[in-house]
Ligand binder design. Structure first.
Ligand code: BDP
Length: 701
């Protein structure tokens, strides 16, 4: 056996073993995610059986082998009969997949020009003829693209779409589609709610757990092409020689799936890990240290993606410790990485250690906008979707549209830190769409956040998006069986942000749960309603941060955290007159960090969308809202409405009994029961608390 083949056999993912050994499939516990490939029923599979006869993958690399195995396993599973692998497209209905470089049959089609235009991650899927016989061709200029195309082809069958007249051309809209893992070296995960870290640092580099290949495969199936392995609150040890070898083992395992590795860097590493007296970015020895470190990394991981950095925030060291700017801090790392093609992703999540701002949401804009144009070309500034911190609803971050000379990465949070963690069903695609579709007016109307992130507005190719991962060692990966939808939706939107939240939910349900139209319709409705319901029963009308240290339970009375901007009272500003944070021109002025006409609109309480009302305004309890209700009445109404919506989740879910497998049915039922009870707690606690200021009776409904 050639050594590469031997190595692959050892690394064969878990999921293939039962199929290969002819064992029955294990219990339905959610582990298989959206890649279940269970047989379609007879009527549904007949048309596919007529169009699909064999898998033809001529390449021999590890990536080609993964491609072949995926198509074989997927098609055999879905069609309920073994689909043979062949080297020739000799029978009608071959599924031919690969690149012009690794497949003479694909090269013979003469599609090179089109494929080059779509790039190494893009692909064509066509129903065409090869040597006079009908065939399904999945072709790409690169091996990752061929694998993405294969997953696309399988998804069409999984979701019951026709493959008769296929003519698909796809390419991702954003170049770097990353997961950020907030995983610590001791195996814990910051804000992780699904068990411990997937990376078994103690076993690496000697043993790469098969589950890690399942992880990489799941990412490839939705187009995620990079993973930052460690927490942004980074230990310097992750850059030590010992840990870099472990990182290299992960990089080797992920590479054939098109997933590159990145690391979070602690910028004091030259001092804490090296033996330099300083970590001042302008010190030549510090610059040399980073250059040597980059050389060391690239010798082990030739396609290393780069560094993610959290600096001068929440106790992390940074350039400001030496009187330097974020740009000076980022550039020294960028210079070290640039000869190797690496990038720096410098986070804009900053607030002062010793000093609490009058309005914390203004901080990042104030620090970063003056630096626009001063970063090296391989530096991204990475900003969260909103200016505060992953709240259930925030306006978009004002940096989007304010730094035209700097590529911005949008950081979304897949793990539901402030959105019910792994207990509440909250489908986040609707929230992310709201963010991506928001018009910044940076270049006039039609300057949506999505066009800044995907580079269309500034004609930029350097583009990226990041999602803080919700994966962990739990058997079902994400804690809540339905939280998998958020991992899935993140990947799909990172690939193509024009997809709708509804389309993505439909795909995911059909692949993960059932193709029964009633199951699809019921689950999809629950998912689409879930984020707004969550906002209503926790923080309606633009309220935010009504929590304590666990970021889960209601704690609007919280006014004694170690810093004022960690309390709830700092944000809701309730008093006997009214409620809300005045960020208008007469207040903190945060509204002017947005372009006109948004700033004018949001500055005016009569024009401001009510979803953001108390984010931008302090309003009197008797102020009339659009419904005709007063602010106090509307607040009570929203809390009630949210809790009521979730109690209907219970009935809706129960209506699916018998239509989905028992194990997952019961697991979700338990979670929804808890969610409904939590929603009632939120309503009671918040209404009672705010009533102590409003001093008004609760409306009857
Ligand atoms: C906050 C989290 C904290 C993270 C921080 C960050 O509570 O654990 O370290 O964001 O993004 O939401 O750096």
């Amino acid at each position: 056996m050639k050594s590469s083949t031997r190595c692959l056999t050892r690394m064969l993912p878990f999921f293939l073993l039962p199929a290969i050994l002819g064992l029955p499939v294990r219990a339905e516990d959610g582990h298989r995610l959206w890649l279940r490939y269970d047989a379609l029923d007879d009527a549904a599979r007949d048309p596919y059986r007529r169009s699909v006869s064999a898998v033809v993958v001529q390449g021999q690399s590890p990536a080609a082998r993964i491609l072949r195995d995926e198509l074989k396993q997927g098609l055999s599973g879905l069609l309920g009969e073994p689909v043979p692998v062949s080297n020739k497209a000799s029978s009608p209905g071959a599924v031919l997949a690969g690149t012009p470089d690794n497949s003479p049959l694909i090269a013979s089609l003469g599609w090179e020009k089109e494929l080059r235009r779509l790039g190494p991650e893009g692909y064509l899927i066509r129903r065409t003829e090869i040597q006079g016989r009908p065939a399904n061709v999945i072709a790409s200029a690169g091996e990752s693209g061929a694998l993405y195309g294969a997953f696309h082809f399988l998804r069409l069958i999984q979701t019951g779409q026709s493959i008769e007249r296929l003519d698909v051309a796809e390419r991702p809209r954003i170049a770097r589609r990353l997961l950020n893992h907030w995983d610590n070296l001791d195996g814990s995960i910051e804000r992780g709610y699904a068990g411990t870290s997937l990376w078994n640092w103690a076993e690496l580099p000697g043993r790469v757990d098969g589950r890690l290949l399942d992880y990489a495969r799941a990412n490839a199936s939705i187009g995620i092409n990079g993973a930052v392995l460690n927490n942004v609150n980074a230990r310097p040890e992750s850059l030590s020689a010992e840990y870099l070898k472990k990182t290299a083992a992960l990089a080797d395992a992920f590479r054939p799936y098109g997933v590159r590795v990145y690391l979070s860097a602690n910028v004091a590493a030259p001092k804490l890990l090296g033996d330099l007296p300083t970590a001042d970015p302008l010190d030549p020895d510090v610059a040399r240290w980073w250059r040597d470190k980059a050389n060391e990394i690239y010798a082990l991981v030739p396609d290393f993606g780069g560094f993610l950095v959290k600096a001068n925030c929440e106790g992390q060291p940074g350039p400001q410790d030496y009187g330097r700017t974020h740009a000076e801090g980022a550039n020294v790392l960028a210079d070290a990485l640039s000869p190797h093609g690496g990038v720096v992703m410098w986070r804009a999540f900053v607030y002062y250690k010793d000093d609490v701002d009058d309005d914390r949401v203004k901080r990042a804009y104030g620090e970063f906008v003056p630096l626009d144009g001063l970063f090296r070309p391989n530096v991204f500034v990475q900003a969260k979707n909103g200016p505060l911190d992953f709240q259930p609803r925030e306006p978009f971050h004002p940096l989007f549209g304010a730094m035209p000379r700097t590529p911005l990465i949008a950081e979304l949070q897949i793990t539901q830190e402030y959105l019910g963690q792994s207990t509440h069903l909250v489908y986040l695609a609707t929230m992310w769409k709201e963010f991506l579709d928001a018009d910044t007016f940076a270049g006039g109307p039609g300057s949506e956040v999505a066009k800044i992130v995907d580079g269309a507005l500034d004609g930029r190719e350097t583009t990226g998006i990041a999602g803080v991962a919700n994966t962990g060692s739990d058997r079902n990966w994400c804690g809540h069986p339905m939280a998998q939808a958020n991992w899935y939706a993140y990947g799909r939107l990172a690939w193509d942000h024009r997809l709708t939240a509804e389309e993505i939910a439909g795909e995911w349900i059909r692949m993960t749960w059932s193709r029964d139209p009633e199951v699809v319709a019921t689950m999809r409705k629950m998912m689409l309603d879930s984020r707004e319901a969550f906002v209503d029963y926790t923080m309606p009308l633009g309220l935010h941060h009504l929590i304590g240290g666990d970021h889960y339970a209601p704690m609007p009375e919280n006014d004694t955290a170690p810093r004022a901007d960690w309390t709830a009272a700092y944000y809701h500003r309730a008093n006997v007159q009214g409620l809300g944070f005045d960020r208008t021109r007469g207040g903190s002025g945060a509204v002017d960090q947005y372009h006109r006409p948004l700033s004018d609109l949001w500055n005016d309480p009569a024009a401001c969308p009510e979803e953001l009302l108390l984010w931008f305004h302090q309003r009197p309890w008797d102020a009339r809202l659009r419904s005709g209700r007063t602010l106090w009445e509307e607040l009570c109404h929203r809390y009630g409405k949210g809790a009521e919506r979730v109690s209907r989740f219970e009935q809706e879910w129960r209506s699916l009994a018998g239509k989905i497998d028992e194990e997952r049915f019961l697991a979700v039922e338990r979670k929804i029961r808890q969610q409904a009870s939590d929603a009632r707690d939120w309503r009671e606690k918040c209404v009672t608390y705010f009533q102590s200021f409003s001093r008004r009776p609760c409306p009857k409904d």
